[in-house]
Design a protein. Structure first.
Length: 402
């Protein structure tokens, strides 16, 4: 017997064990229970069963072939068919589930009443709940109106009643959602003059007990539009978390939380402009370095070999510099460069047409130092283990060019 069918507020009950099983998991079946098993989008209750002075935590409750299985840590020997037990439901968890589930009925009904958008599925997660609406799109303004109507129904504190009717009667009553399986009797959740739905879940006694209904997100999904929402205690917890995050961001920017969107946009624009300027300056700097290095380096056999380590420059800059060195108009050169900023790295480059092979030279350079890298005939790069290796490796490779 499912005690929660007629009373969602019953959290203490006595029952008798009718079945004990230890595989695949320790579990008991009772002759009557107030524990709700996962079904219809709502998750299971937790709590405990007490048998001859021993308290056994109920970890999970599931439905299997019309039996309700109460999963336990273990099934002690004294727990057998016929044992009397006292069950206690974790009330805060049950109350939370009632708030979410009743809130869902109200919100789903609001979407139908206002925009004829039926709910095709409901999911209750640990933190948030979602409903999927059968509609191509839902505008933010429509969602807001449904949220407003749902909260109005909460504030009107309408009675929520459980009714049992035949399928025939249910059809005549205009029930919002009828289950696909034909049953003799249907359990209806009746939100006074607002919604009538066939449902097996645990619900509040009056809509006021739901607390606030807060929509958090709208998302397009394959079967329609997904609306994420939280009710009651979860709405307070979510708002509190949001406020803490906003306050954190606002204090970094010394702004009010309402100014955050403009402030963040301004920062992002400034950041973009600064990145652009930085890249232009680095380009200019690389050109200056390249022309000075080419002037300082004497030409031998018709080309110059520039060898230099930049301890404070990263690989990106050194690669840029190598390109400038070997592509300066009217010059033929080989660049053997090292970058010390970040992971130490080598960059080899040559003006197209010179006879060496930078990829092969890089492999030779790294063979001794144990690094990784490679490249093409005209450009190659590779990493070495330490900054100290840069200078010696470059000298070694330079000697091969003579
Ligand atoms: Zn329901």
């Amino acid at each position: 017997m499912r005690l929660y069918y007629t009373d969602s507020f019953l959290t203490e009950f006595d029952a008798e064990v009718v079945e004990v099983s230890s595989t695949p998991r320790p579990a008991v079946v009772l002759d009557r229970t107030a524990f709700y098993p996962t079904s219809g989008g709502q998750v299971f209750d937790t709590g405990s069963l007490e048998a001859s002075g021993v308290r056994l935590p109920v970890l999970e409750v599931a439905e299997q072939d019309d039996r309700i299985l109460h999963y336990l840590d273990a099934t002690p020997a004294e727990l057998r068919s016929g044992t009397r037990v006292h069950g206690s439901i974790d009330l805060p968890r049950r109350r939370d589930h009632m708030q979410q589930h009743s809130g869902q009925h109200v919100l789903s009904a609001a979407f139908i009443r206002l925009f004829d958008m039926p709910t095709v599925s409901f999911h209750m997660g640990d933190e948030v709940c979602t409903i999927d609406l059968d509609t191509k799109s839902a505008m933010a303004e429509q969602v807001e109106r449904a949220e407003d109507l749902a909260n109005q129904v909460v504030m009107e504190d309408r009675p929520v009643e459980i009714r049992f009717v035949s399928v025939e009667e249910a059809r005549g009553l205009g029930v919002r959602k009828l289950p696909p399986v034909e049953r003799e009797q249907l359990r209806l959740i009746d939100i006074h003059e607002f919604d009538l739905t066939a449902c097996g879940g645990t619900h509040v006694g009056r809509t006021g007990q739901i607390g606030a209904i807060l929509v958090r997100k709208i998302e397009k999904v394959r079967q329609g539009v997904r609306v994420e929402f939280v009710c009651g205690g979860r709405a307070i917890a979510a708002s509190r978390r949001d406020l803490a995050a906003l306050n954190g961001a606002a204090s970094v920017l010394s702004a009010h939380i309402w100014e955050l969107p403009q402030q963040v946009r301004k920062l992002a624009d400034e950041c973009k402009a600064a990145r652009k300027l930085r890249s232009e300056l680095l380009n200019e700097l690389a050109e200056l370095h390249a022309s000075r290095l080419l002037q300082e380096t004497p030409e031998e056999n018709g080309f110059r070999v520039v060898v230099k380590v930049f301890p404070d420059r990263d690989l990106e800059f050194v690669k840029l510099l190598a390109q400038k060195l070997v592509r300066t108009t009217g010059q033929r050169s080989v660049a053997l460069l090292g970058s010390g900023e970040g992971s130490p790295a080598l960059v080899f480059a040559q003006t197209a047409g010179l006879p060496y092979d930078m990829g092969t030279l890089m492999k030779e350079a790294l063979a001794q130092s144990g690094g990784r890298g490679g490249g093409t005939k005209d450009m190659a790069q590779g990493g070495v283990a330490s900054v100290e290796l840069l200078e010696t490796t470059l000298e070694r490779i330079r000697s091969k060019l003579r």
